[in-house]
Design a protein. Sequence first.
Length: 109
Amino acid sequence: MAQFLLLFEGFAAPEQADDAETQAYTAKWMDWMAGLARDGVLVSAAPLLDTGKRVDRDGAHDLALERVDVGGYALVEAASLEATAEVARTAPHTALGGSTIVRPVMPRR
């Protein structure tokens, strides 16, 4: 098994939104992640806060988030890049037009 990083791209939902539609969407994410954990493929995952820094040789600068941006990540174990892409295809945000970047993690020796 190899490890793969999933970076979830889409529109940000307001933090602590309490409308029924947002709560149902959040429940879909929780169920999806729980399924990955039950299947034994989830290593770690978390949503990202809407702040950050861009660091370069000139210093650290406040990160200007885009309207569509990376909103979370998951680290999973799977047999192949193709198998991981199939897992990513079922993430809840794809139904809303979101996408997922899937990157293999370089094995440590």
